[in-house]
Design a protein around this ligand. Structure first.
Ligand code: AMP
Length: 284
C-alpha cells in the first residue's frame, strides 16, 4: 500500500490508474478508524479495481464551539488498519494544502444542509461538501462509499454529486455496530467504562421504534414519546437534541411512518453528542 501526502502526487497517481483503465473507489474518513470505516473499504473493493482511503480531519466541518484539536487521532494505527484491509492507497493531505491561506471557495447544498444536523451545526455540511468535492476533484473516483451512520451526510453528498454532475456512483454502506447495538464512532472513546452502557440508549430507542412499527403503530408522535421514555430510562442525564422521522431522499418530515421512513436522532450524554438512525420498516 502506498501512502501519499501530496495533492499533486495523488492527482498524478489517480490519472495513471484511469489511463490503465482501472476504476477507482474512494473512502473519505477523518481517521481514528474502527470496523465501520473498514467495512467501507471492503465495500469499495467490491465495487472498484483500486481503493483510495483518505484521512483528513477537516477543519471546516467543525462548528466554532467544537474542538478540532481534541478530535482523536492515530495515524500510525490507521495506516496499519487500512493496509490490512487491503486498500491500495492512503491519501493524507495537509490542512494547509487543502485550505491554503487564500482559500475562499465553498460548496454548499442549500436545503438539505439546513435541517436535522444542519440545524444544530449550521456550517457543518458546507465543510463536508467542500472537502468531499475537493477529494472528488483530486482522486476522480468512479465509486465513493459513505456510511449510513451519517445518513444526512450521505443524502447531502448524493445531492451534491447529482447537482455538480460528478461521474461517479455513491454507495451508502450499512452502519456497523458494537455487540450491544451502539453504532461504532470515533467519539465513543470519550465515554468512561461507567458511562459507556448508557450510550446504548440510542439503539434501544431505535429498536423500540422499529418494534412499534412492526406491531402496526405508525404515528410518529406516539413512537417518539416512547423513544424518549426509553432514552430517559437508559441514560437519565441524556439530553435529546432531536428525534426526526423523515423520508430517505428529501429528508421531508413525516407524521406517519411509511416504507421509506428513516428515524434519525441526536442525543447528548456525558458531554458527548451521538447520532444514529434506522429504517423503520423491513430489514436494516
Ligand atoms: P468519519 O471518519 O467519522 O468522518 O467517517 C468516515 C466515514 O465512515 C463516513 O462515511 C461515515 O458515515 C462512515 N462511518 C462512521 N461510522 C460508521 C459505522 N459505525 N458504520 C459504517 N460506517 C461508518
Amino acid at each position: 500500500m502506498q501512502t501519499i501526502r501530496s495533492i499533486k502526487k495523488m492527482q498524478a497517481v489517480a490519472r495513471q490508474f484511469a489511463a490503465e483503465g482501472k476504476t477507482i473507489g474512494l473512502v473519505p474518513t477523518m481517521g481514528f478508524l474502527h470496523e465501520g470505516h473498514l467495512s467501507l473499504i471492503d465495500r469499495a473493493k467490491k465495487a472498484a479495481d483500486v481503493v483510495i482511503t483518505t484521512i483528513f480531519v477537516n477543519p471546516t466541518q467543525f462548528t466554532p464551539h467544537e474542538d478540532l484539536t481534541k478530535y482523536p487521532r492515530d495515524e500510525k494505527g490507521d495506516i496499519r488498519k487500512i493496509k490490512s484491509a487491503g486498500c491500495d492507497i492512503v491519501f493524507i493531505p495537509k490542512a494547509i494544502d487543502i485550505y491554503p491561506d487564500d482559500f475562499q471557495t465553498y460548496v454548499s447544498v442549500e436545503k438539505l444542509s439546513q435541517t436535522l444536523e444542519g440545524a444544530a451545526r449550521p456550517t457543518h455540511f458546507r465543510g463536508v461538501t467542500t472537502i468531499v468535492a475537493k477529494l472528488f476533484n483530486i482522486t476522480r473516483p468512479d465509486v465513493a462509499v459513505f456510511g449510513m451512520k451519517d445518513f444526512q451526510q450521505a443524502i447531502v453528498l448524493k445531492q451534491m454529486t447529482h447537482d455538480l454532475g460528478y461521474p461517479l456512483k455513491l454507495i451508502i454502506a450499512p452502519t456497523v455496530r458494537e455487540k450491544d447495538g451502539l453504532a461504532m464512532s470515533s467519539r465513543n472513546k470519550y465515554f468512561t467504562p461507567d458511562q459507556r452502557p448508557e450510550a446504548r440508549a440510542l439503539y434501544y430507542a431505535l429498536r423500540t421504534a422499529k418494534e412499534m412499527v412492526a406491531s402496526g403503530i405508525d404515528s410518529a408522535r406516539k413512537i417518539e414519546k416512547e423513544m424518549r421514555a426509553v432514552i430517559a430510562a437508559t441514560c437519565p442525564s441524556a439530553e435529546i437534541d432531536y428525534i426526526a422521522f423523515t423520508d430517505d431522499v428529501g429528508l421531508k418530515k413525516v407524521g406517519r411512518v411509511a416504507k421509506s421512513t428513516i428515524c434519525s436522532l441526536a442525543v447528548r450524554m456525558h458531554r458527548v453528542r451521538l447520532i444514529d438512525n434506522m429504517k423503520l420498516t423491513g430489514r436494516g
